[in-house]
Design a protein around this ligand. Structure first.
Ligand code: SAH
Length: 259
């Protein structure tokens, strides 16, 4: 993976290339498929089996993807999705509004339904998710507040999947971003996150994007220093075929009830 590194998400990030690289569940690389399964399994354990629920969930750095919301849409009254780039927000809107050319998530939705016990309910789940997502907002985790002037209620859960390590290119920026995310939570609310460990770069189609190199201890410490207690930290050595990295880390944490 030689060559130029791209950093300007607004100019260079192609939602379609990203989806085709990482979420081609049926005919893409085995590694990427196994990682989607790992994600869905952890999310299922947290929101369905684990009983984490509430009113408002905010997903930060949603990108053009919806798989990370498939368990949560059964457990929250309202979901707010966010991303830095307009083209990702547009791609999300396309799926939410069932517009022509929207990405086909059905295989991944079927897998999420299978975990919940009935693969055949995938269309109901898609409809449920479309009803539950109430807002699609611009965000920048390097800014305070990350959602700009948008008025949002404090969340029962902030979810962020595979985004902080792309948005933040050094550990200090990552730590500051996590503190901003914790500020979006009610006292006692939950932060649910997955990050790539030992991350250096990833491919979005032909373009290489950089990331911050994080170790499990760095992630746990950043979560704690953001005022959240780590309840679960599930790491795996699974690696993407299309990224330079060493594994993944799924974390559930709870903001102090008195914060
Ligand atoms: N959550 C999705 C997408 C991750 S890709 C998934 O699980 O696959 C990384 C995302 O981080 C991209 O959508 C990119 O637009 C977003 N991003 C980049 N810089 C950001 C910033 N400063 N604030 C918020 N999101 C950012």
């Amino acid at each position: 993976m030689e060559g130029k590194i791209y950093k300007d998400y607004e100019k260079e990030f192609s939602p379609r290339d990203y989806l085709d690289t990482f979420y081609n569940f049926n005919s893409g690389p085995v590694a990427e498929r196994e990682i989607v399964k790992f994600s869905l399994q952890n999310l299922y354990q947290t929101f369905s089996a684990g009983g984490l629920r509430g009113d408002v969930l905010i997903d930060i750095g949603s990108g053009p993807t919806i798989y990370q919301l498939l368990a949560a849409c059964e457990a929250f009254r309202e979901i707010i999705v966010t991303d830095y780039t307009p083209q990702n927000l547009q791609e999300l809107q396309k799926w939410l509004k069932k517009e022509p050319g929207a990405y086909d998530w059905s295989s991944i939705v079927q897998h999420a339904c299978e975990l919940e016990g009935d693969r055949s309910k995938w269309q109901e789940k898609e409809a449920k998710l479309r009803r539950t997502v109430t807002r699609v907002l611009k965000c920048d985790v390097t800014k305070t507040p990350p959602l700009g002037s948008a008025q949002v209620p404090l969340a029962d859960c902030v979810l962020t999947f595979l985004a902080m390590e792309c948005a933040c290119l050094d550990v200090d920026t990552y730590r500051a971003a996590l503190r901003r995310l914790a500020d979006l939570l009610k006292p006692g609310g939950h932060l649910v996150t997955m990050v790539t460990l030992g991350f250096q770069s990833y491919m979005v189609g032909p373009k290489k994007f950089p990331g911050v190199y994080l170790e499990r201890e760095t992630v746990e410490k950043a979560v704690q220093d953001a005022g959240c207690q780590v309840l679960k930290c599930n790491c795996t050595p699974l690696k993407y075929s299309q990224a330079l990295c060493e594994g993944l880390c799924f974390v559930v944490a709870r903001k102090s009830p008195s914060a």
